[in-house]
Write a protein that binds this ligand. Structure first.
Ligand code: ADP
Ligand code: ZN
Ligand code: ZN
Length: 833
C-alpha cells in the first residue's frame, strides 16, 4: 500500500461512499484535509455524482489507498457531526444486499427517509416556528440575507446557490438547520407542518406570590374565575417553581372538569392569563401518569415465565397463542423488562395491524420514550423517529417492516407480532426483503432476543420450533371468560341446488346476522375481493372485458361506474353491448365487497353498514375513521377485505361471516392452504372476545375440505403435520430455499427467448439446483410487459447459497450483455412469498 504524505505532513484519506443509486459498488472520494479529524464511518457526506448532480452518500469505509485509474473527487461537506448510521446498520445493509441479491444503493434508499438524503433536488423552507426577529449576532450576514428571502417562499437548492452567489451552500444550510431556522425536505409535495398546541399561562406580572395574592383578593366576588386560577395553580406550581409558568398548561387540559371557558377567556382579556402557541413534537406523548394496571392471568404469567426462561438458552422463541389469549399484555411486560435493563426494543407489526388502537394502548404505558414508525406517516415524521433514536429519546419503537432499518445501537429485544403475515415481505422495489428474517439477523448483530408471536404461525417458523431451533411457548385458552368462537359451515353448493340461496347469501348467514343485529351486537363480513364484481361477462358468447395492458379481467366498480384493472389502474367505461356478438346481456359476475355492501343494505335496511377495503381507506385518515365508527358502535356491520382480519379487538362483535372460502383454498400456490387457514382463523378470532361467545359462519361449496375441518376443530397441530408432509414431498420450503427469477420485456418473443436462455444456462451451471421453467406466471402480462418466470429450488444444506447466488448474478449479467437482450428487465426474488 502506498502512503500519501500531504504538504502539512498529514495523511490523505479516501472514503468509500455509498450512494443511493442502483449501481452495485461503492464510490471513492477524497477527504479534504480539514475534515480528516471529523470524518467517521456512518456519517452522511455531500458529494458530486456525475457532472452536475449533488447527492447525499454514506461513508462506508475510510482508507489511504488512492484509486489507480482516476482522480478522486473531494467530499464537499459532511452533513453530520456524529454518524447518522452506525456500523451495525452498515453490516445489516451489506447482509441484505448479499442475501436478497440487490445493490447497497437500493438498500440505502429503502433504509433512509428521504429527508435524510439531501440532494440538488432538495427544497428549503423557513422553519414555521422561527421568527426573523430571532436573528441575533449568531447569524452571519449571508444567513440573514437568505432567511429574509426564504420568508417570502420556499426555494430549491440551486436557487439558493444562485441567490447567494456561492457554489456550495451546505455549510450555510447546515448551520441554519442546526439553529432550527430552516427545514430541508425532498421535492415531495408536502411541506413540514409542525403540530401546534394552544397553551395558557399567568401573565408575567402575576408570576410572584405578592401580586398573586392581591389578584385573588380582587377576584373574591368572581368564584368562577377564581376556580380557573386555583385549577391552574394546582397543575402548575408557580409558587414553588417560578420557571413552571413558562410552559403553562394546555388550554385543553385547563378546561377539563367543570372549568368555565368564558371565565378563562375573560381572564385572558383582562391580562391575568395569557394564551400562546407552541410547537409540540409529533410523538411527544405526555408522559403517562397512569401505571399499567393490568395484571397477567395465571396462564399469561406461566407463558411469560417460560419465555424468559427460554431466553436463557435460545435466541428465538415462538409464542403460539390462540386469538384473544392476550399476547399483547405479555409483550408489554417483556418490553418493560428489556427497557428496565436499559436496552432498546423493537416491536414489529404488519402494516394494517398497526392501528390507532394498539398505538394508544402502548403509549399510555410507555409515554414519551416510544416512537411510532408507520408508512402512513410523512417523511418528516419518519425523520423525527430516526433522530429520536439517535438522540436516545426513543428507547422503544413500534413500527412496520421498514423499522428494521432504524439506527438502533443497543437492541435487547425484538418482537415480531403476527409473524406469519405475508406483508412483512417487500415485493417492489428491491430490496425484496422479509422483515421477519432480517430482524433475526439484526438480533444476531445486537445479541438481542427475538420473540415471534402468532395464533397461526407460518409453517416455516413452526417447523423451526419443532426442530428445537426456536423455543416454543403455547397459550391455548383465551383470556378471561372468553371462549373460542363456534364455527359452522354453510354449504353453498347444496343450497344452490335447493335454490335456498339469496344471491350468494346462505340462509344460515342471513339468520345469524339478523340474530346478532337484534341483540345489538356487531358483525364482520370478510370477502377478499374489492370492487363490485371481479369481472363482467357476455351471457351469450362468454366474452370478458380484459385490461389492455395486463393479462387480467377488469373489475367492475359501481361507485365509479367503470371497469378498473387492479394491476395497472387502467380504466374504461362499462360496455353497453358485447363487441363480439353485439348482445346487450353483458352482466357482472361474482361478488366484491362493494356488491356485498349493497345487498346487505337491501337485506338489513335499518343496519348501519360500512365497507373497509383499499378503495374506502385511501385517504390518510380513512382507515382510522372507519375503525373509530365501528369501535364506538355507530356501525353495525363491517364488510371488508383482508383489512378486517388483523389485530382488531372489539367487544361487541359476536358474528363473523366468511363470505366465500373457496377461492382462497384453491388458489394455485403451494401456500394457499396455509393462507386460507391463517386468514379464516384470524378473522374468526374477531368474534366473541371478552365474555361473549362468538359465532362464525363460513360459506363454502366444499365443506368437507380438510383445511376447513382443521379450522373447525382448531387443530393447528394436525394441519401443520399435513402441510409439512406435503412440503417435504414436493420439495418446498422449509426443506428447500426458493429463488424466483422473473424476466420482463415489452416483446413477448424476446421475453420468452431471454428466459429460455437464462433457464438453460442456469440449468447447465447449477447442477445441484433444481431449475423449473421458464413458464408463464399466472398473470403473464402486467403494464405492457410480458413476464416469464424461472423457479430455483435448493435443498437446504446441500448447496452453497453464496456461490449459487454469485452464479445466478453472473448468468444474468452475461445475458444482459447480449445485444438482443439489452432491454430485458430481470427481477430476482429470494424467498418469494
Ligand atoms: P391476542 O393478541 O392474543 O389476540 P389481545 O392481546 O388483543 O389478544 O387480548 C385480548 C383481549 O383481552 C384484549 O381486549 C385485552 O385487553 C384483554 N386482556 C388480555 N390480557 C388481559 C389481562 N391480563 N387483564 C385484563 N385484560 C386482558
Ligand atoms: Zn357476446
Ligand atoms: Zn392492467
Amino acid at each position: 500500500m502506498e502512503m500519501f504524505e500531504s504538504d502539512g505532513g498529514r495523511k490523505t484519506f479516501f472514503a468509500e461512499v455509498l450512494l443511493p443509486v442502483p449501481v452495485p459498488r461503492l464510490f471513492t472520494y477524497r477527504i479534504p484535509l480539514n475534515l480528516n479529524d471529523k470524518t467517521r464511518i456512518g456519517q452522511r457526506a455531500i458529494v458530486q455524482f456525475g457532472d452536475r448532480k449533488i447527492v447525499t452518500g454514506l461513508i462506508f469505509n475510510i482508507h489511504e489507498q488512492a484509486p489507480k485509474d482516476f482522480e478522486a473527487k473531494y467530499i464537499l461537506e459532511l452533513l453530520d457531526d456524529f454518524p447518522a448510521v452506525n456500523e451495525l446498520q452498515l453490516k445489516l445493509f451489506q447482509w441484505i444486499a448479499d442475501y436478497y441479491m440487490c445493490t447497497l444503493g437500493e438498500v440505502m434508499n429503502a433504509a433512509l427517509p428521504a429527508g435524510l438524503k439531501l440532494s440538488s433536488e432538495s427544497m428549503v423552507q423557513i422553519h414555521p416556528a422561527f421568527s426573523l426577529e430571532e436573528t441575533t449576532h449568531h447569524f452571519s450576514e449571508k444567513e440573514v440575507m437568505l432567511l429574509q428571502r426564504l420568508a417570502a417562499g420556499t426555494m430549491t437548492y440551486t436557487e439558493i446557490s444562485k441567490f447567494l452567489g456561492v457554489k456550495f451552500i451546505f455549510s450555510i444550510l447546515k448551520s441554519l438547520s442546526s439553529k432550527e431556522a430552516i427545514i430541508l425536505f425532498e421535492e415531495v409535495k408536502e411541506k413540514f407542518k409542525p403540530k401546534t398546541e394552544k397553551r395558557i399561562r399567568l401573565s408575567a406580572a402575576f408570576n410572584n406570590s405578592k401580586s398573586l395574592e392581591e389578584m385573588f383578593q380582587s377576584l373574591a366576588s368572581k368564584p368562577r374565575q377564581e376556580a380557573v386560577l386555583l385549577r391552574y395553580l394546582q397543575d402548575v406550581p408557580v409558587l414553588h417553581d417560578s420557571h413552571a409558568n413558562k410552559n403553562g398548561i394546555s388550554r385543553k387540559s385547563l378546561l377539563e372538569g367543570d372549568i368555565s371557558e368564558s371565565s378563562v377567556n375573560t381572564l385572558i382579556r383582562n391580562g391575568i392569563l395569557e394564551e400562546f402557541e407552541t410547537v409540540v413534537p409529533r410523538f411527544g406523548f405526555e408522559n403517562s401518569r397512569e401505571a399499567n394496571n393490568i395484571k397477567l392471568s395465571d396462564e399469561q404469567q406461566r407463558a411469560h415465565q417460560e419465555i424468559i426462561k427460554s431466553f436463557d438458552s435460545q435466541t428465538t422463541t415462538l409464542l403460539h397463542g390462540v386469538t384473544g389469549s392476550g399476547k399483547t399484555e405479555i409483550y408489554i411486560s417483556l418490553i418493560r423488562k428489556a427497557l428496565e435493563s436499559d436496552t432498546q426494543v423493537l416491536y414489529l407489526l404488519p402494516e394494517i395491524a398497526l392501528t390507532t388502537q394498539i398505538v394508544q394502548r402502548l403509549k399510555k404505558i410507555f409515554g414519551a420514550s416510544m416512537g411510532v414508525y408507520h408508512s402512513r406517516f410523512s417523511d418528516n415524521e419518519r425523520v423525527e423517529v430516526w433522530n429520536g433514536i439517535l438522540s436516545g429519546k426513543f428507547k422503544f419503537v413500534v413500527g412496520v417492516r421498514s423499522s428494521i432499518f432504524l439506527p438502533f445501537d443497543n437492541l435487547g429485544l425484538i418482537i415480531i407480532d403476527e409473524e406469519h403475515d405475508a406483508s412483512y415481505k417487500q415485493q417492489e422495489p428491491a430490496p425484496r426483503y422479509h422483515a421477519r428474517d432480517v430482524a433475526m439477523i439484526l438480533a444476531k448483530l445486537h445479541h438481542a432476543k427475538v420473540l415471534l408471536g402468532s395464533a397461526t404461525p407460518s409453517v416455516e417458523t413452526y417447523f423451526q420450533a419443532k426442530q428445537n431451533k426456536y423455543a416454543l411457548v403455547k397459550i391455548e385458552k383465551r383470556f378471561g371468560e372468553a371462549n373460542l368462537p363456534e364455527i359452522l359451515l354453510a354449504d353453498t353448493a347444496r343450497k344452490r341446488k335447493m335454490k335456498t340461496l339469496k344471491g350468494e347469501f346462505s340462509r344460515a348467514l342471513l339468520l345469524h346476522i339478523e340474530g346478532a343485529l337484534s341483540r345489538k351486537e356487531q358483525v364482520i363480513i370478510f370477502q377478499n375481493r374489492r370492487g363490485y364484481s371481479p369481472m363482467m361477462s357476455c351471457e351469450d358468447c362468454g366474452w370478458v372485458p380484459k385490461c389492455v395492458n395486463c393479462a387480467v379481467s377488469l373489475t367492475y366498480h359501481q361507485y365509479r361506474h367503470s371497469l378498473v384493472c387492479h394491476y395497472c389502474g387502467y380504466r374504461e367505461a362499462v360496455p353497453h353491448q358485447c363487441p363480439v356478438c353485439t348482445s346487450t346481456r353483458v352482466k357482472t359476475v361474482g361478488y366484491g365487497t362493494e356488491k356485498l355492501e349493497e345487498e346487505l343494505n337491501v337485506f338489513f335496511p335499518d343496519a348501519q353498514i360500512q365497507r373497509m377495503d383499499l378503495d374506502t381507506t385511501r385517504s390518510k385518515n380513512g382507515y382510522d375513521s372507519i375503525l373509530g365508527k365501528f369501535e364506538n358502535g355507530e356501525t353495525d356491520i363491517l364488510v371488508g377485505t383482508q383489512m378486517v382480519t388483523k389485530g382488531l379487538d372489539f367487544d361487541r362483535v359476536s358474528l363473523v361471516g366468511v363470505f366465500n372460502a373457496d377461492r382462497m383454498m384453491h388458489f394455485p400456490d403451494f401456500r394457499s392452504h396455509e393462507r386460507a387457514y391463517q386468514l379464516i382463523t384470524q378473522v374468526s378470532g374477531r368474534a366473541g372476545r371478552r365474555d361473549r361467545k362468538g359465532q362464525v359462519v363460513i360459506q363454502t361449496s366444499n365443506p368437507s375440505h380438510p383445511v376447513l375441518n382443521f379450522i373447525l376443530q382448531n387443530d393447528f397441530e394436525t394441519f401443520f403435520e399435513t402441510e409439512i408432509a406435503d412440503r417435504r414431498k414436493h420439495d418446498y420450503p422449509p426443506f428447500t430455499r426458493l429463488i424466483e427469477i422473473t424476466v420482463k420485456h415489452t416483446d413477448k418473443k424476446i421475453c420468452q427467448e431471454a428466459s429460455r436462455h437464462l433457464g438453460s444456462s442456469l440449468r447447465e451451471q447449477l447442477s445441484r439446483v433444481k431449475v423449473l421453467g421458464p413458464g408463464e406466471p399466472m398473470i403473464s402480462k402486467i403494464r405492457n410487459l410480458y413476464l416469464m418466470s424461472i423457479l430455483l429450488k435448493m435443498v437446504r444444506g446441500k448447496s452453497d447459497l453464496i456461490q449459487v447466488k454469485g452464479n445466478i448474478q453472473n448468468n444474468i449479467d452475461a445475458l444482459l450483455k447480449e445485444q438482443s437482450f439489452r432491454n430485458v428487465r430481470i427481477i430476482v426474488d429470494v424467498d418469494p412469498v
